[in-house]
Design a binder for this molecule. Structure first.
Ligand SMILES: C[S@@+](CC[C@H](N)C(=O)[O-])C[C@H]1O[C@@H](n2cnc3c(N)ncnc32)[C@H](O)[C@@H]1O
Length: 258
């Protein structure tokens, strides 16, 4: 099956209301268009490589999304496998490497040298008990001494509503993504994304979708890592960017299986 083009997505936007069109399902081609930005994958890969054990052969990427990083990991290591629960994302990712539609639980214990969850994947795993259980499964999947690299939203950067807009031209369409982030409760925030898509003909369509995500205090996630049997190697602000005004919004945490 071929991926939907922006022509097809644009046609579908006519009869969609926001919540029926999840950012990782119907709107996945728009997500890809906006996030497969130059510099992002390179930044993610550089961070992963820095923390990867020297003898890394097998890498598992949880929440691999469109698979751009997965392809880079596959080129660098003997084996990189992507995992994502979204069939639409898995379809894109399959062009870059082996993928399965699953979560961390499906993997053989002690089979991976490195597990990667970047781009706020852990923040998507709700509620907290599930996210903590996911970290325990990550620990089980890692061989002793194996490592995990994770990036999440920084709760300290979300003390009030935030908004930003980014415009790119893709396949002749001008796509503007407006993100609104509004803290809700217990570290969660609502991420409301509006895509405004202008066709080459000048016709314009708009769709909004909302997702609830978890942001973390670094010390809080460090405790979760420790509780899951992962020794924290380092926690640091994420420095690579995928758009303007990203600084201070996310941090990277790397851990090691005891
Ligand atoms: C913000 S995207 C990040 C994708 C990719 N890692 C990147 O950096 O571009 C979050 C991804 O997490 C996936 N996801 C959502 N819930 C998940 C879960 N419980 N376990 C694993 N992945 C999940 C989504 O389908 C989506 O592809």
């Amino acid at each position: 099956m071929t991926d939907p083009s922006l022509d097809q997505v644009f046609a579908r936007l006519a009869d969609r209301d926001g919540d029926a069109a999840g950012i990782y399902t119907t709107l996945a081609p728009l997500y890809r268009a906006m996030y497969a930005a130059r510099g992002r994958v390179e930044g993610q890969l550089a961070t992963v490589r820095e923390f990867a054990p020297a003898a890394t052969r097998t890498v598992l990427e949880l929440g691999c999304g469109t698979g751009d990083l997965l392809g880079a990991l596959g080129a660098r290591y003997d084996r990189a496998v992507g995992v994502d629960p979204s069939p639409a994302m898995c379809r894109f990712a399959a062009r870059h490497g082996p993928v399965c539609r699953a979560d961390a639980r499906g993997f053989t214990p002690r089979s991976a040298d490195l597990v990667v969850l970047v781009g706020a994947v852990l923040g998507h795993v709700r509620p907290d008990d599930e996210a903590r259980a996911a970290l325990e499964h990550v620990r089980e999947t890692l061989r002793p001494g194996g490592r995990v690299v994770c990036s999440v939203h920084d709760r300290r950067g979300l003390d009030g509503p935030r908004e930003r807009s980014l415009t790119r031209t893709v396949e002749g369409y001008e796509v503007t993504q407006t993100d609104e982030q509004r803290p809700t409760a217990d570290g969660e925030f609502e991420w409301r994304v509006t895509f405004t898509v202008t066709a080459p003909s000048g016709e314009r369509r708009q769709v909004t979708t909302t997702t609830t995500l978890r942001a973390f205090e670094p010390s809080e996630l460090e405790r979760w890592f420790a509780d899951a049997g992962l020794d924290v190697i380092e926690t640091r602000p994420r420095t690579y960017v995928d758009g303007d005004g990203e600084d201070g919004r996310a941090f990277v945490i790397a851990g090691r299986r005891r």
